[in-house]
Design a protein. Structure first.
Length: 342
């Protein structure tokens, strides 16, 4: 069966969870593709986002950390799939080419999930996004082939943060595309955090989901800041840099220069985790990572793409070798980089 896949951007390095040598891929949900082309693209991407592997399909890194909600339904009847913090409403006949459909839904619930997803919440060098709810949808027919809905689906997502001014984006061909500024919200006293008895943010609703893939409720942040640091290692240009928000939901990426220097965009006056990684040594199979303690970013507007802008100086980062086994173990990996599972 072709499984859960995602798309790697040619504009960004996805440093922590991408196999060396995988390049930007075309979006398999592109309606102009033939079924043969679509199947080929999905097959090529299996190693990038394979959630439930068969024993005969082993990736060099573990991508089973994010577990999808999986449920089958009959396409001829209206269906509501309740995946916890996400509810998907599917009208009858939305998948008329298959009597029985398997849905796979992956929801990002915390900051560590955004790390493991490996999808940057940025659009080129000039816009960062702050997520209020991000998820992935995939649908398969009875033969295990990827299929797309023929009618609009409705999604209700529990907000991760204040959803005011959030738009809807879809990740396609390596970047986020604005789909709609028209979303609705509702409060629901019954859907609260029962563990803490604290009422949660409103539920976000979008009624025009017309394809599978990554979807995101995001607030655009055209004004942000940047960090400037250095990788203390030989062949430092083989490293890439990732920033993960610790008090906001989002990630950003940057490349490293031949002298080890880098500049990376982050949100202003926020707490972030900075990681570096190098998977280029394919001969020995060894991989390296490095990190810094949590950083409070400056409350100054600055852009990494403008050399004259005052990026915040941070400490040099020294990488160290890691065992490949940590990429199959969520808690072990987070412990290795000293990041809480929050």
């Amino acid at each position: 069966m072709n499984r859960f896949s995602t798309y790697v951007s040619s504009l960004f390095f996805i440093p922590l969870f991408v196999v060396a040598g995988i390049k930007a891929q075309e979006d398999p949900s592109n309606p102009s593709l033939s079924q043969e082309e679509r199947n080929r693209i999905i097959a090529n991407q299996e190693d990038r986002w394979e959630i439930s592997k068969s024993s005969s399909n082993v990736s060099s890194l573990g991508f089973s950390i994010l577990k999808p909600f999986i449920e089958s339904f009959f396409s001829y009847q209206e269906t509501i799939l309740d995946a916890g913090d996400l509810r998907l409403k599917i009208p009858a006949g939305a998948f008329s080419n298959s009597q029985k459909v398997e849905a796979r839904i992956t929801i990002l619930n915390n900051h560590a999930d955004f790390l493991f997803a490996g999808i940057p919440t940025q659009i080129g060098p000039n816009l960062l996004l702050e997520s209020t709810g991000m998820f992935y949808l995939a649908f398969y027919d009875e033969g295990g082939n990827r299929i797309e809905p023929k009618k609009s689906l409705t999604v209700e997502v529990q907000s991760l943060a204040d959803p005011t001014d959030s738009n809807v984006y879809r990740f396609s061909k390596g970047t986020w595309n604005l789909v709609s500024t028209d979303t609705t919200r509702k409060t629901n006293g019954a859907r609260e955090n029962f563990e803490t008895s604290i009422e949660r943010f409103p539920i976000q609703i979008y009624s025009k989901i017309q394809s599978s893939g990554w979807w995101n409720f995001d607030k655009p942040k055209p004004e942000f800041t940047c960090l400037e640091g250095k990788v203390d290692a030989k062949n430092s240009q083989n490293f890439s840099v990732q920033s993960i928000g610790l008090d906001y939901y989002g990630t950003s990426y940057a490349n490293v220069g031949s002298d080890g220097s880098f500049r990376i965009n982050v949100l202003k006056d926020k707490k972030v985790k900075i990681l570096i990684s190098n998977f280029s040594n394919t001969k020995t199979g060894s991989k390296q990572v490095g990190f810094l303690p949590a950083i409070q970013t400056q409350n100054i507007t600055a852009f990494s793409s403008k050399p004259s802008d005052p990026c915040q100086k941070i400490s040099d980062i020294s990488p160290f070798p890691v065992s490949e086994s940590i990429f199959n173990d969520r808690s072990k990996f987070l412990k290795t980089i000293d990041m809480p599972d929050l």
